[in-house]
Design a protein around this ligand. Sequence first.
Ligand code: PMP
Length: 399
Amino acid sequence: RLASVEQAPPDPILGVSEAFKADTSDLKLNLGVGAYRTEELKPLVLNVVKKAERKMIEKDENKEYLPIEGLASFRKATVELLLGADNDAIKEGRIATVQSLSGTGSLRVGAEFIGKFLPGTTAYLSNPTWGNHRNIFADAGVEWKYYSYFDPETVGLDFEGMVKDIREAPEGSVIVLHGCAHNPTGVDPTKDQWKQMADLCIEKNHLPFFDVAYQGFASGSLDEDAYAPRYFASRGIEIMIAQSYSKNLGLYGERVGALNFVLSDKETATRVLSQLKRIARALYSNPPVHGARIVAEVVGNPDMFEEWKEEMQGMAGRIKTVRQELHDHLKEIHPERDWSFILRQIGMFSFTGLTPKQVENMTNKHHIYMTKDGRISLAGLSSAKAGYLAKAMDDSVRN
Ligand code: PMP
């Protein structure tokens, strides 16, 4: 009966890691998946995470189910981290927050909500975007379309195209925005452009849905990286925000995140929360407890919070350093080409502009694994390997 099931295509990002594992060369380098590595190219568990885990053992915490909406201390901490503890919407109780399965699960619950309560609404995604956005909305039965975002000519933002497409979207559309460090391009709107975007969303009654996967990890500052959603909230716009602790606390496999709705009044927040619980109950019943306790512990304890910020700045700093080194190596070996775009991009990725054929050359000849769209994760690069990567890129663009 099931023999006719067709093979699903490999995931464009996680499929790269599978190919990397199968490569036996010593030269191999995995720049596909966005996961932080040390200079020795090893995964990193933050000290504050280990400390929080030790505390949990000492407290002899149990493994009972969490409430459907998640751990209360986590939900308080996460929304305060996102919007700032003195935020008006928090004080006025007009936020609905559910702990969910990291960024992906939070986006999925949000998409399910849109499908259920705003039927017929289209979600607009940036072109390009993180590949999973399309799956998430499509699987929830929400139609999606692209809005213009990236201009390959300037290797920058096509703001005019973005404004035009969002203005032309039907009134009340969902606009998916990357909170900071746009994946895969590393190109973000300026503060003035965010202001114009907010004006436009008010004018068109659009519902912005922020995907905040890199708070504190992009610039090293939790406040700076939360600028856009905080600004939109301050303008009194109803917004949705998905949060992830995969990168900034290195909790990838623990699946810790949240979905937040900033609403116009407390009563609406109560009703929205009740529906989010109804959705989560059927999808996964209740979220995992371990990682949520880590976040609550780290964010809730002033000493650990400071230590976390330092560790996060360490990660963000290492990425900035290898970004600079890659740029400098390329400039040295191929000075006639303009590589300055690498320094203008922010976050853990660089969008190199390499064509799919050039990416094939990177992988087949140089054992460097990256996604077909030309994105490399600088978090997977070491200073020691920056020169090797630059030579491979130079070879690939010349072919
Ligand atoms: N959104 C974006 C833009 C991302 O880059 C990622 C991680 N690659 C996620 C969401 C979600 O990741 P996770 O489910 O691990 O939180």
